[in-house]
Design a protein around this ligand. Structure first.
Ligand code: ZN
Length: 189
């Protein structure tokens, strides 16, 4: 699940989509399989990259104070239905000297989102990368997303969102540190 296999085989995806359309009894739509393959190449690009490589662009600034990035958008296909979950992540970490560029934080979230995903796992992966991967004192990630698979099947009302959080290091150990992140998030909305 969500693991890196052989490279992306666009023509094969195209044939498979054509097969689904045939199975549905849908005729025409000549260009749709190619478009779906193009969309999948983008939505699953994270399978062919290790998002941890974005941590290479970090600097030792002797930083010790909280860094919080709010509303980092993401689109990921849920691994149960291959339908999009569309959301945003709030990403916080407490440096142990080393900081990561803000655009790299965005790429980290996008890299983990671009594969068959679960929101819980995506949240945990970003938190793990910013703690163990970066070597910070701790990290905390809060994600909110609408799951179109749930909305489309009527299981959820459109507009319902799920929230997940992951705390590592000092944020896992110290409720006051988690409260600090929550306070900063609430001032932004
Ligand atoms: Zn789903």
């Amino acid at each position: 699940m969500g693991e890196t296999g052989p490279g992306f085989d666009g023509p094969r995806v195209e044939r498979a989509v054509r097969e689904i359309l045939d199975a549905l009894g849908v005729e025409g739509l000549e260009d749709t399989p190619g478009r779906v393959a193009g969309a999948y190449a983008h939505l699953f690009r994270g399978l062919r990259e290790d998002p941890l490589r974005h941590l290479e662009v970090s600097f030792d600034e002797g930083a010790r104070d909280l860094v919080l990035m709010r509303d980092v958008p993401f689109v990921a296909l849920c691994e149960h239905h291959l339908l999009p979950m569309i959301g945003r992540a709030h990403v916080a970490y407490l440096p142990a000297g080393r900081v990561l560029g803000f655009s790299e934080i965005v790429r980290l979230v996008e890299g983990y989102a671009a594969r068959p995903q679960l929101q819980e796992r995506l949240t945990a992966q970003v938190a793990d990368a910013l703690h163990g991967g970066l070597g910070s004192r701790g990290s905390m990630v809060v994600a909110e997303a609408e799951h179109t698979c749930m909305a489309a099947t009527g299981a959820w009302r459109p507009g319902t969102t799920a929230a997940t959080s992951a705390a590592r290091g000092i944020f896992e150990e110290d409720p006051a540190r988690r409260a600090e992140v929550a306070a900063m998030l609430s001032t932004g909305s």
